[in-house]
Design a protein around this ligand. Structure first.
Ligand SMILES: *Cc1c(COP(=O)(O)O)cnc(C)c1O
Length: 402
């Protein structure tokens, strides 16, 4: 199999599995226990807390270990919204956030909060000016993701962070797609809350963290024990946290090298596809994007069919976010870029990782163009036979091509 869906999840690195194994076997202590076995588990958790804090430029106590990106996003939004509701009820976010942010905002709206969903430009960028204009006296939170999981576009976080800091508004960012890949420093960047998930960087699933700056008013969402400095109850996922630590160590040591490798393969892939497939559109900013992300649309191609044919050819890819696959709704991110729904349905996301090779890319360059051609000729024949004969697209591909 050729695995090209690293934005959905990654294969845990050997070093991650090795680091976790003792904590699934003999080191099974509860970090809250006083005897040696428990203290050793506590020490393992605390070491990762220090490592992570050092990695993103915060204090260890500002890290809350969670069950992953979705929980971190929920905790950030609900935690700040509920703790600050007496100050105001307005939240600013963008139209292209992950559903963990968007659906949480939707739930908060039902509870009386007001949410501004900022549009993006045709490249997928949120403008800092639009953030500034959306700020109101009752704004209590700004949440803008660092890099998008579908189109890989990297937002101007530093500018938005500076703005939020000037106005004294807590600023959350979903950095699940960037921690370990793009160096970041929450202190320098004016970020008050940050979500991370281990399984996107060769760590285990079901573990991540939320960074919360110490002055931020914040209400825990899981109550019970005093774990995570009273901010998230529940016995710590010790093997998971140790695995997260190993993943962060891997990226600290090899992140830059992995990024360069992915960028090289991604550029080779894009260039090869451009040479072989007409009427293909690159979605998202051409350079302000993750090194491992390629998201393209093919005119006259239905994304789901393409994915199934790729799967049959042993290539694992995605039409966008894993959360929307299985449904035929076009991606909310592609619609926000201004794509017509029928073109957005023809999208393909290929995301690369450290173990992909040039040979794999070359195989994809042989297989994919042929599949696109087959689907296009099928769709032509179908349309030729139907009442829609002669029907013309409501949009001009040349205008949308990038
Ligand atoms: C994967 C992802 C999430 C969800 O993380 P989980 O750990 O799978 O819950 C949230 N935001 C972004 C940008 C992601 O890519």
């Amino acid at each position: 199999m050729i695995y090209l869906d690293h934005a959905a999840t990654t294969r845990p690195d050997e070093s991650v599995v090795e680091a976790m194994l003792p904590y699934l076997q003999e080191e099974y202590g509860n970090p809250s226990s006083l005897y040696l076995l428990g203290r050793r588990a506590r020490q393992a958790v605390d070491e990762v807390r220090e490592l992570v804090a050092d990695f993103i430029g915060c204090r260890p106590r500002e890290i809350i270990f969670t069950s992953g990106g979705s929980e971190s996003d929920n905790l950030a939004l609900r935690g700040v919204a509920y703790a600050n509701r007496s100050r105001g009820r307005h939240i600013i976010t963008s139209a292209i956030e992950h559903h963990a942010v968007l659906h949480t905002c939707g739930a908060l709206e039902k509870e009386g909060f007001e949410v501004t969903y900022l549009p993006v430009d045709q490249d997928g960028l949120v403008s800092p000016e639009s953030v500034a204009e959306a700020i109101r006296p009752d704004t209590i939170l700004i949440s803008i993701m660092h890099a998008n999981n579908e189109i890989g576009v990297i937002q101007p976080l530093v500018e938005i962070g500076r703005l939020a800091q000037e106005r004294g508004i807590p600023f959350h960012t979903d950095a699940v797609q960037t921690v370990g890949k793009i160096p970041l420093n929450v202190e320098e960047w004016g970020v008050d809350l940050l979500s991370m998930s281990a399984h996107k960087i060769y760590g285990p699933k079901g573990v991540g963290f939320l960074y919360v700056r110490r002055r931020i008013k914040f209400q825990p969402q899981i109550t019970g024990g005093a774990q995570e400095y009273q901010r998230r109850a529940g016995t710590e996922n010790v093997p998971g946290i140790v695995g997260l630590g190993a993943a962060v160590r891997l990226m600290r040591e090899r992140g830059a090298q992995i990024e360069a490798h992915c960028r090289h393969l991604r550029d080779r892939l894009l260039q090869g596809l451009r040479e072989r497939i007409p009427e293909m559109r690159l979605n998202g900013h051409p350079t302000k994007r993750l090194a491992n992300n390629l998201n393209v649309c093919f005119a006259q191609v239905e994304g789901e069919s393409l994915l199934l044919m790729l799967d049959a050819a042993g290539i694992a890819a995605s039409s966008g976010s894993a959360c929307t696959s299985g449904s035929t709704d076009p991606s909310h991110v592609l619609l926000a870029l201004g794509l017509p729904p029928d073109l957005a349905r023809g999208s393909l996301r290929l995301t690369l990782g450290k173990d992909n090779t040039e040979e794999e890319i070359d195989t994809v360059l042989e297989v994919l163009p042929a599949l696109v051609e087959r689907l296009r000729s099928l769709s032509l024949r179908l349309r030729g036979n139907s009442k829609t004969r002669g029907h013309r697209r409501a949009w001009d591909f040349a205008e949308l091509q990038r």
